[in-house]
Design a protein around this ligand. Structure first.
Ligand code: NDP
Length: 334
């Protein structure tokens, strides 16, 4: 069995030599246990901040879709598949079930009902990023038909779903992404306007033109100065769902760029700005999965994956995702 060990905490941007590929011996199965073979592994932004909780050298954390090869647990028979957030960057793992009340995106469970969609989608649209987009947007932004929605990280796993859900709900949708190709893709998805935040010379003017009636909902994946600019054009009683702040994850200080304090925008516009972790709605994941499977099958939600092949490329895929080399969900096929 192969695994990646994180050798030390990241300093600034992760590097391939922060990791080491190692082999490990697995013991025999005890009652209740089963042997899992990774088929797809997920590289996600949260691994960067969450890795601070590890005590390196330590097996790198991360989610995977795996096939059960051998089993001493009737709920997970040989030949079935699981989605596991707790097995880390491993090709083979000895796993066990966990109590239902302890479930979260870092847990392990049978693959959800995918309605014929590819198994890798259990790491994306029918998985953690799907739950994040669905509840993080619908519950916290409470979008209404005709409202204007802004999404950052709009060509990524979560953002591309949020924008498409907003279109399904009848909103005007503006997305920010980091390349012209990504902007072209999200326009194909139905975004009304796509802005390349890296090359746009005047983001304030571009936003004003894109959102002449102001912004009602902001789904914030990036934080930092871009989010400050967007908040400034929000309407009275606007809602912002704060999902992540990837613009600061690789900052040595972890503080990100100096951004003006948001309080006075929040006070005078009476904004509701709320952060969340998808765990909050994990017990309701079936609701999201049911709608998402239907929307994907009906073509209302289009899905793209950036697939890296080869377990040995896990670090490159992770670093590439942080650098913006993925469009849609970044996954590794073993
Ligand atoms: P993505 O698929 O969006 O991949 C990350 C993307 O972030 C890159 O492709 C890149 O796209 C963009 N990016 C990188 N650096 C910057 C930067 N400095 N400024 C702006 N954009 C940047 O990842 P996910 O969809 O999985 O995650 C998106 C966000 O949602 C992250 O902040 C993540 O932490 C958060 N998240 C939060 C969850 C929660 O429960 N709260 C759960 C899941 C994700 P580009 O080319 O456009 O720059």
């Amino acid at each position: 069995a192969d695994k990646f060990t994180l050798l030390h905490h990241f300093e600034g941007f992760p590097k391939t030599n922060d990791f080491r590929l190692e082999s490990e011996e697995l013991g025999g199965l005890k009652p209740g246990q089963f042997l899992c073979q990774a088929e797809y592994l997920s590289v996600d932004p949260y691994l960067r901040p969450f890795s601070k909780r590890l005590n390196p050298p330590s097996t790198m954390i991360g989610a995977q879709v795996a096939k059960v090869l051998e089993s001493k647990n009737d709920k997970y028979p040989a030949g079935s598949y699981v989605v596991a957030g707790n097995l880390g960057w491993r090709t083979l793992s000895v796993a066990e079930d966990q109590p239902e009340d302890g479930r979260s995106f870092t847990g392990l469970e049978p693959l959800p009902e995918l309605g014929g969609l590819p198994r890798s989608y259990a790491l994306g649209v029918i998985g953690m990023p799907g739950v994040t987009a669905y509840f993080g947007f619908l519950e916290l932004c409470q979008p209404k038909e005709g409202e204007t929605v802004v999404v950052t990280g709009a060509a990524g796993a979560v953002g591309s779903l949020v924008g498409q859900i907003a279109k399904i709900k009848g909103c005007r949708v503006i997305g920010f992404a980091g390349t012209d190709d990504k902007c072209a893709w999200i326009r194909q998805l139905g975004f009304d306007v796509a802005i390349n935040y890296k090359t746009c010379a005047d983001i304030d003017a571009a936003l004003k033109e894109a959102a002449p009636k102001g912004i009602d909902c902001y789904f914030d994946n990036v934080g930092g100065m871009l989010s400050h600019r967007i908040r400034q054009q929000m309407n009275l009683f606007g809602r912002s769902s704060v999902c992540g702040a990837i613009s600061s994850y690789n900052d040595k200080t972890g503080q990100g760029a100096q951004v003006p304090a948001p309080e006075m925008d929040i006070v005078f516009k009476q904004l509701r700005v709320e952060g969340f972790v998808n765990d909050r709605w994990w017990h309701r994941r079936e609701e999201a999965f049911k709608d998402m499977v239907a929307w994907v099958r009906e073509g209302k939600i289009k899905v793209q994956e950036t697939v890296t092949t080869g377990f040995e490329k896990m670090p490159q895929a992770f670093i590439g995702m942080l650098k913006g080399q993925n469009t849609g969900k970044a996954v590794v096929k073993v």
